[in-house]
Write a protein that binds this ligand. Structure first.
Ligand code: HEM
Length: 357
C-alpha cells in the first residue's frame, strides 16, 4: 500500500476511520489519563504503557489506520511521562523498537505528531486528553478544523507550480488557495477567545516536550507543525525567507506527513509565487492582463490572511512566553517568540511587495 495516498488529512472520511479505531483497547485507560497526570502518577502511566505495547508481530498485521491510532494512543503516555520528567524509552524495555516500528510502518517519525493528537483524535467522550480541561479541547478543535483546509491549500499549491499565473486556471488556483488558508486565521480567533495563555504555558506546553529516540530528538505534537510553513515556502519563503525561518521549516517538515516532506523538498528549490507575481507585474505587457491582476489579488488576500493569523498568534505567544509565566524559553516546535516576530515581519514585507497592506 502506498501510504502517501492514505496519509491524507484532507479526507474527513479517512481521518474519521482512524478516529474510530482503538487497536490497543485503551479507550477505558485513556479516560483516566488526566487524573493520572494530575496526580503525577508516573508508576501508573508507565504500567499502562508497558502493558499496552503490542508484540511486533501484531503490529505487522495492523492496517495503516490501525498503526496511526496505536501511535496516537501510545503517544499520549509518552508525552505524559515526559511531562513528569521521565523518558519512556529509558524505563520500558522494547518501547524504542515498538515506536520505531510504528514510525516505519507509517513513514513518519517514531513518535506521535500534531496529526495524531488532532486530526486522528476522536471527538467527544473518547477524545484523548492530557489534562481533560475544556481549553485543551478548544486547542485540539482549532487545529483539527484548520489542518484539512491547509492540506487542500497544499494540493491546490501543487497545481500552481505548473500553472501560468497570467491564465484563467492560475488565477482561479490563487483564489482557491487564498480561501482555504483563511481557516488558520479563523481557528486562531477561536483560540484567543477560548484559551488563556496561562493554561497553555503552565498546563499544556509541558506535555509537548521533546524526546530522544536512538540518539535523535523529536518534538511533541506542536501546532507549529501544521502545513502553514509549506504555504509560506510556496508563496514567499523559498526565495524571500530568512535563514532562521528556512532552518525552522526543515525541522518542521520532518514532523509532518510523507507527501508533505516531498513538497518541502520541491518547494524550497522553486521561485516563490511572490517572485513570479512581482516579475509579471514588472512586465508592462502582462501586468495589465485580467488574470495576472486577479492572481496578484489572490496572493494579496492570502498574505493578508497569513498576516492576520500571525498577528493574533503573536499576541498569544508573547503572553504565554512572558518571563513571569513561562516554564520554557522555546516553543514546543523549537522556535522562539523572536522567530515569530521575524516571520510576521517577512510575511508583511512580501505582502507590501505585491501591493498589500
Ligand atoms: C495557544 C497558545 C499558543 C502559543 C503560546 C503558541 C506559541 C508558539 C511559539 C512560541 C511558536 C514558535 C515556534 C515553536 O513552536 O517553537 C509557535 C509557532 C507556531 N504556531 Fe503556535 N502557539 C499557540 C497556538 C497555536 C495554534 C492554535 C496554532 C494553529 C492553529 C499555532 C500555529 C503555529 C504555527 C503555524 C507556528 C510556526 C510559525 C508560524 O507559522 O508563524 N499555534 N507557536
Amino acid at each position: 500500500m502506498d501510504c502517501r495516498t492514505h496519509l491524507d488529512v484532507t479526507s474527513e472520511e479517512h481521518s474519521e476511520k482512524v478516529r474510530q479505531l482503538d487497536p490497543l483497547e485503551l479507550d477505558e485507560d485513556l479516560r483516566s489519563l488526566p487524573k493520572m497526570n494530575e496526580n503525577g502518577d508516573v508508576a501508573a502511566l508507565a504500567r499502562v504503557l508497558r502493558e499496552a505495547l503490542p508484540p511486533p508481530e501484531r503490529v505487522a498485521s495492523f492496517t495503516l489506520p490501525e498503526c496511526l491510532a496505536a501511535m496516537r494512543d501510545l503517544g499520549m503516555y509518552l508525552g505524559s511521562l515526559k511531562r513528569h520528567g521521565v523518558s519512556a524509552f529509558d524505563i520500558i524495555p522494547g518501547a524504542t523498537e515498538l515506536f520505531q516500528l510504528l514510525g516505519r510502518r507509517t513513514h513518519m517519525i517514531p513518535r506521535d505528531t500534531v496529526y495524531h493528537y488532532t486530526c486522528w483524535n476522536p471527538v467527544g467522550e473518547r477524545e484523548r486528553l492530557y489534562s481533560g480541561q475544556p481549553m485543551e479541547r478548544s486547542l485540539i478543535h482549532a487545529v483539527r478544523t484548520c489542518v484539512p483546509e491547509l492540506a487542500k491549500a497544499v494540493t491546490v499549491g501543487r497545481s500552481l507550480q505548473y500553472e501560468d499565473l497570467r491564465a484563467p486556471d492560475g488565477a482561479a488556483g490563487m483564489s482557491s488557495l487564498a480561501s482555504h488558508i483563511t481557516a488558520a486565521d479563523k481557528a486562531m480567533s477561536g483560540v484567543l477567545a477560548e484559551v488563556t495563555p496561562e493554561f497553555f504555558a503552565l498546563v499544556l506546553r509541558p506535555f509537548f516536550e521533546e524526546v530522544r529516540i536512538a540518539g535523535r530528538t523529536y518534538m511533541g505534537p506542536a501546532a507549529a507543525h501544521i502545513p502553514l510553513f509549506l504555504i509560506d515556502l510556496l508563496l514567499w519563503a523559498s526565495d524571500r525567507g530568512s535563514r532562521d525561518y528556512l532552518t525552522f521549516c526543515d525541522e518542521v517538515a520532518s514532523h509532518t506527513l510523507p507527501g508533505w516532506r516531498e513538497r518541502h523538498a520541491e518547494w524550497t528549490e522553486m521561485p516563490s509565487i511572490t517572485s513570479r507575481v512581482v516579475a509579471t507585474l514588472a512586465d508592462s505587457r502582462s501586468a495589465s492582463g485580467e488574470y495576472a491582476r486577479s492572481s496578484a489579488r489572490g496572493l494579496r488576500k492570502a498574505l493578508r490572511s497569513l498576516t492576520s493569523f500571525r498577528g493574533k498568534h503573536l499576541v498569544m505567544a508573547r503572553r504565554a512566553y512572558r518571563a513571569e509565566v513561562r516554564l520554557y524559553e522555546l516553543g514546543s516546535g523549537g522556535g522562539s517568540v523572536e522567530l515569530l516576530e521575524e516571520i510576521l515581519t517577512l510575511t508583511r514585507k512580501n505582502g507590501a511587495m505585491v501591493g498589500g497592506r
